[in-house]
Design a protein around this ligand. Sequence first.
Ligand SMILES: [Zn+2]
Length: 84
Amino acid sequence: MPKKVTLRMCVACRQRKEKEELLKVVRTLDGHLKLDKTYKSNGRGAYICKDEKCLEKCIKTKALNRALEAQVTDELIEELKQNL
Ligand SMILES: [Zn+2]
């Protein structure tokens, strides 16, 4: 039996990929966003490709802000860039 793979959608390009190919950002209960490197944090999550183009598109269109209904900080953007 092949292992079942759950695909996640990138908020920028809308392609579905395995989660390991994406960065996950979660909104914590106190409403602040963080990069979830374990992919296991609770809270509302959004995914973005480990790709500079998707990250830039996402900054421009504020796709991440919309997906998570929270403000994406410059610190978070920096952290995402370093984890591409
Ligand atoms: Zn993408």
